[in-house]
Design a protein around this ligand. Structure first.
Ligand code: PHB
Length: 395
């Protein structure tokens, strides 16, 4: 066969395969094939509920578009990352190398995110972070193909310190899980609390995902600070709230936190959660048509109440939709895709937000209090708060 005929017959085979959707390995996927979306999320362990809420929210946004992205069908892939940092690279590689996803949506845990970040930077695959706030992802290790739709770890707590000082709490104890999310949340708290004149009398911690809080609660009782501030989330947060009350501290030493403390746990935490004041980029009770409609639709679809994680998953879908529409479903058109996502305004249930230069949300932080099993908004703790993005140089 002549070279020319070989080329012709090969391209005929590609066109045939593309039109039937049966593509040969190694051949660039055409526009008629499905967009491959990979979820790398925790489906087991203390953050399992967070993973499910994120996936639900994402699917909801896509389903509002008839289940398509830029006119193309979607095929979903899933990996349970177990919130296990040591398996982060391996799990991300499964989605990128084995499943050949066009976009990786993940994850929740900051340590696991570092593995994803490496795979994203090495492979260039589009990566959307629907929760994990690890600073490096949108600071020193930022990348053109990585976008975060949630927060940076110090964003919610940067609004907390002044709130506590305004309420007359001059001496505080900080307590958290000792890993990137807790340590970086502390950074935000320390900066805002000390700038407002507060003194941190002790920093307490335990390894993630340990929930043996007793000894630390005894120490807090002995220290008698004016207030306690913390970062906990998921199943561990519900237990911390219950143990805090059981130790006799509720009503004596007010408990504050970044809002993750009271997200998705209000049923499990019960009356012990009432009155806890937190700062967060979302609140159940936001009185806007957008939030009300979102909450109604979510309950209808999933028979459970949405929380901040569901909103972040939903916004991840909204961001991808804006990008995919700009390139009519051709996610390979990277410069146009990234530009559209960088310039996007997300009309979120949390309120409208935009993307910083380092690809992290610029957003309002609400002041909330738990009342009748709901996170009620009682003010805005910070308006249009951006992460510093320090050290981020886009290649
Ligand atoms: C994180 O590890 O970055 C993390 C996990 C759960 C949260 C917030 C941050 O609720």
């Amino acid at each position: 066969m002549s070279t020319r005929r070989l080329v012709l017959s090969r391209s005929a085979a590609i066109i045939g395969a593309a039109s039937t959707g049966l593509l040969l390995p190694g051949i660039v996927r055409g526009q008629s094939s499905k967009i491959r979306v990979g979820f790398m999320l925790p489906y087991t362990g203390t953050f399992s509920q967070l993973g499910v809420a994120i996936e639900n929210g994402f699917r909801m946004a896509i389903n509002e578009q008839g289940g398509k992205l830029g006119g193309r069908e979607i095929e979903y892939f899933k990996v349970d990352d177990e919130s296990e940092p040591s398996k982060g690279i391996e799990n991300a590689s499964k989605l990128v190398q084995r499943d050949k996803v066009d976009v990786l949506v993940g994850t929740v845990h900051s340590g696991v995110q570092m593995g994803i970040q490496k795979v994203a930077r090495d492979s260039g695959v589009l990566c959307l972070i629907p929760n994990a706030g690890v600073h490096a992802a949108t600071r020193a290790l930022c990348a053109p193909n990585v976008f975060r739709t949630s927060f940076s770890n110090s964003q919610p707590t940067r609004a907390l310190g002044k709130v506590m000082m305004d309420r007359g709490h001059k001496k505080a104890v900080w307590i958290t899980w000792k890993y990137a999310a807790g340590d970086e949340a502390f950074e935000g708290f320390k900066e805002s609390y000390t700038a407002a004149g507060g003194t941190i009398v002790k920093e307490l911690g335990l390894p993630f995902p340990n929930v043996e809080f007793q000894a630390l609660l005894t120490e807090i009782a002995a220290l008698k600070p004016d207030a306690v501030a913390c970062f906990f989330a998921g199943g561990g947060a519900a237990k911390f709230i219950r143990d805090y009350a059981a130790a006799g501290l509720k009503g004596k030493i007010p408990l504050y936190g970044s809002g993750f403390l009271t997200e998705g746990v209000l049923d499990a935490a019960g009356p012990a959660a009432e009155g806890i004041v937190t700062t967060m980029h979302y609140s159940d009770s936001l009185d806007t048509p957008r939030n009300k409609q979102f909450r109604l639709d979510y309950v209808k679809a999933f028979r459970s109440q949405p929380d901040v994680y569901a909103v972040q998953g939903y916004d991840t879908g909204l961001l991808l939709i804006q990008g995919a529409n700009a390139v009519k479903g051709d996610l390979g058109a990277k410069p146009v895709l990234y530009k559209a996502m960088e310039g996007a305004t997300i009309d979120s249930p949390r309120g409208k937000w935009t993307m910083s230069k380092a690809h992290n949300p610029v957003q309002d932080i609400y002041l909330r209090v738990v009342e009748n099993k709901e996170n009620k908004v009682i003010g805005i703790a910070a308006k249009a708060l951006a992460d510093s993005g320090v050290g981020c140089k886009m290649a």
